[in-house]
Design a protein around this ligand. Sequence first.
Ligand code: HEM
Ligand SMILES: *[C@@H]1O[C@H](CO)[C@@H](O)[C@H](O)[C@H]1NC(C)=O
Ligand SMILES: *[C@@H]1O[C@H](CO)[C@@H](O)[C@H](O)[C@H]1NC(C)=O
Length: 326
Amino acid sequence: MVKYIQVKILLLVLFISLPPTTLAKLRVGFYTSSCPQAESIVQQAVQQRFVADQSVTAALLRMHFHDCFVRGCDASILIDSTANNQAEKDAPPNLTVREYTLIDQIKTMLEAACPETVSCADIVTLATRDAVSLSGGQRYNVPTGRRDGLVSSASEVNLPGPTSTVSQSQQAFSARGLTLNDMVVLLGGHTIGVTHCSFFQHRLSNFQGSGSPDTSMDEELVTTLKGTCGSVPNTDPTTFLDQNTSFALDNEYFNQIMKKRGVLQIDQELALHTSSSKLVSRFASNNALFGQRFAKAMVKLGNIQVLEGNLGEIRKNCRIFNAPSQ
Ligand code: HEM
Ligand SMILES: *[C@@H]1O[C@H](CO)[C@@H](O)[C@H](O)[C@H]1NC(C)=O
Ligand SMILES: *[C@@H]1O[C@H](CO)[C@@H](O)[C@H](O)[C@H]1NC(C)=O
């Protein structure tokens, strides 16, 4: 009896002490009443951009991944550096993050339709979702209601790199609440987009001091990539991460890495490491399974450390923190 009352009191105390921030959680259709056109405005803008340049999907996917892996999905990646602050976007692994202007354009349209309502973090999330489906990926419902962060610092950028091992990368994912399986399916994002030679050139000759190329890379691919990377001296050319169906968000990346045709070291290792190889071969043989799991994992990626309720702010300009109110 005493125990029962104690539990009731405990529950009451817990309930009363819940912060108000829990009142507005992420949910699908967060803007249904506050800005009913929000999702269609984003969709139309992304579609228009996609018609002009289908590589927009790769750009947005990478932007979303980088945003979510540093301080959670809070649009910290969009902030411009100032005299006093070197922002996240100016940290070293920033070469392919592009399409900041598309996000600006969408923000301008949303501010005209529904001022100070739709966060920049949600714009990146929704735009990525729309681009994925335009490139042949499965369309998924994604929760919204993210708030924009108040900090963006280059010194906080700590992402796995192209020469990270499978276990090192796995640690980076698990630190953000993602599993090894989430990592395998999300690396399937490398089914589109490009990489600069500087990220894989060490595999093409004298790999780890061996005097020869990385033996885990198909010899024909070594020859092709040597040609690509040596084509114009003193430049850093790019090549497709998926050398076969480079613009399709499909499972072909997994087939390529099983054929020793992974371009980045981490991609190739994914097919070889005992902890990931089984799932790699399942995705390689089942495009529908990959599509479903990718969609699910994207939702999970988009939920990392989000700011909800009255935390953070709704930025008026995605590149600049709002001025503190008087
Ligand atoms: C262990 C994790 C990962 C590593 C080490 C990694 C590394 C890289 C590297 C080195 C590049 C080339 C960048 C350049 O040349 O500038 C790249 C490109 C790319 N990454 Fe990843 N990545 C990882 C995970 C992911 C995830 C989870 C996604 C999305 C779901 C993703 C999506 C992309 C896309 C789409 C591109 C091409 C970008 C473009 O063409 O503009 N990556 N990644
Ligand atoms: C990337 O970051 C470096 C600083 O590490 C900066 O000098 C460079 O301008 C940035 N590149 C882009 C494209 O933003
Ligand atoms: C390219 O992908 C298609 C499936 O989309 C496959 O049938 C074909 O074998 C692949 N080609 C190479 C060279 O890997």
